[in-house]
Design a protein around this ligand. Structure first.
Ligand code: BES
Ligand code: MN
Ligand code: ZN
Length: 489
């Protein structure tokens, strides 16, 4: 879709549909000129109470006497309660609705955004969020089947001379959709090998990619990670990406990249197992973040690590009770082969600290079912050993509305993962399994500042949301890009 910013009036713009955002029960004075020309239709709809401006409410009017064929009234909720997220959702509602009725060209009025309450603070121009939500809502996964009547909006015009960082917006949306495509692709077409090819596809002057094969992984002594894919015929691929855009020690981003998680010998129930193709959502997010950082030329150094593997049950699969030794030499008793993510991540953390001496490590992982038990689908669970880093992530997360909520890593959790035969065991049982998973990872981070983001509850949507269509959400990408934008200065 082409996006233009034009200093032209609502009456003059020639378009298939003109979007007029509204606050709830707000005197529609700002649109009185255009309403007069179209014969008071807007007032009529508002007086009928069919449209009040409630959040995410939309009403379509076919109009005459102006250059636009249609007007879409879009509700953003009460003026005093307005947030960037409500604006984003309004954009999502409006764009996806207009695409649905086959509209090709749209325009967005920004007049309402000059009437924001004093308390409204946001980093970007409000219309940025509207367009961001709009564009994000249009994502479709069409690899295996084209959507019927699948028309696309070709052109969007933003009215007014607002300076909006269009490049940032584009890269943001494209990289989220890049992650969504990888995550939505089923595991037969997104094996560790295919994932590594996706990473290699990002190779450029600024991005170096290397892939450690099974024998290299053995040589490095990453037996915890190796144990995960023993039951699968798909070989593991340890993917390392380096983006150089700045000076100094890099920030390491590690993404859980289990391309399918059957649970292994500790088999998962059949119901819902098809969704375990999204167990590489963390890895896809890391790829997307590095791609975007490079396109935006962010002045930071990054190392991305994707310990890709398929967790299946098979003749040579790991068995409960097996003991493996990690790269850091810590030994782990595998109590539950379904707690495989932490085995892969433990070695990725050990590896990246050993070879890259990063200033900090952030891992993004669909790590525990307990994450959604605790927080539902509304928030990422955050744990870590560094308060400052967690504080910065929290700030970045609010702007993106990819919220994080901090969970504790009490020393007492160490007891939960004590093994009778090894240094650690990979499952602390049912109680506290969100935080004991985090505590397990902490044991491998040592003194390096480290934060763990559990995205198990937020990486996948069961139902369409205003700008997050059903399926992979691409969570983590917008959060981390906001975070990187702040740390560069
Ligand atoms: N990939 C799963 C976690 C998961 C579950 C992500 C549902 C998204 C949706 C992870 O590998 C897992 O199976 N974790 C176990 C750990 C347990 C055996 C200690 C869990 O949370 O049940
Ligand atoms: Mn598992
Ligand atoms: Zn898993």
């Amino acid at each position: 879709m082409d996006i233009f910013i034009r200093n032209i009036s609502e009456e003059a713009i020639k378009t298939d549909a003109l979007i007029l955002p509204f606050f709830e029960n707000y005197p529609p004075d700002i649109y009185s000129d255009i309403d007069y020309i179209i014969g008071g239709l807007i007032k009529k709809v508002i007086n009928s109470k069919e449209f009040t401006g409630k959040q995410n409410q939309i009403t379509l009017l076919h109009v005459r006497n102006i250059n636009a064929d249609r007007i879409l009234l879009t509700g953003l909720g009460k003026q005093n309660d307005i947030t960037s997220e409500k604006i984003r959702q309004g954009g999502g509602k409006a764009f996806s609705y207009l695409r649905g009725i086959g509209v090709k060209e749209i325009a967005v009025s920004t007049a309402l955004f000059d009437c924001l309450p004093k308390g409204f603070t946001a980093l970007k121009k409000p219309v940025f969020y509207f367009i961001e939500g709009g564009l994000l809502s249009l994502y479709r996964f069409e690899r295996y089947r084209k959507t019927e009547n699948g028309t696309e909006i070709k052109k969007a015009t933003i009215l007014g001379d607002k300076d909006i960082p269009l490049k940032w917006l584009r890269v943001l949306v494209d990289s989220v959709n890049f992650a969504r495509d990888i995550i939505n692709t089923p595991s037969n077409d997104m094996t560790p090998d295919v994932l590594s090819n996706n990473a290699l596809g990002l190779s450029s002057r600024k991005i170096k990619v290397k892939v450690l094969e099974k024998r290299d992984i053995e040589k490095e002594g990453m037996h915890a990670y190796l144990s995960v894919s023993r039951g699968s015929t798909e070989p593991p691929k340890f993917i390392v990406l380096q983006y150089k855009g700045g000076k100094g020690a890099p920030l390491a981003l590690i993404g859980k990249s289990i391309t399918f998680d059957s649970g292994g010998i500790s088999l998962k129930p059949a119901e819902g197992m098809e969704k375990m193709k999204y167990d590489m959502a963390g890895g896809a997010a890391v790829l997307a973040i590095i791609k975007a950082a490079s396109e935006l030329e962010l002045p930071v150094n990054l190392v991305g690590v994707l310990p890709a593997a398929e967790n299946l049950h098979g003749g040579s699969a790991s068995k409960p009770g097996d003991v493996v030794k990690s790269l850091t030499e810590k030994t782990i008793e595998i109590i539950n082969t379904d707690a495989e993510g932490r085995l892969a991540l433990a070695d990725a953390i050990g590896y990246v600290i050993k070879y890259y001496k990063p200033r900090a490590v952030i891992d993004i992982a669909t790590l525990t079912g307990a994450c959604s038990v605790a927080l539902g689908n509304e928030s990422i669970a955050m744990m870590g050993n560094n308060t400052e880093l967690m504080g910065r992530l929290k700030e970045a997360s609010e702007e993106a509305y990819e919220r994080v909520w901090q969970m504790p890593l009490f020393d007492e959790y160490k007891e939960y993962i004590k093994s009778d035969v090894a240094d650690l065991k990979n499952s602390g049982g049912k109680n506290g399994s969100l935080v004991t998973a985090g505590y397990f990872l902490k044991e491998f981070a040592g003194d390096t500042p480290w934060v763990h983001l559990d995205i198990a509850g937020t990486a996948w949507n069961e139902k369409d949301k205003p700008y997050l269509p059903k399926g992979a959400t691409g969570i983590g990408v917008r959060l981390m890009l906001n975070f990187l934008k702040e740390i560069q200065s």
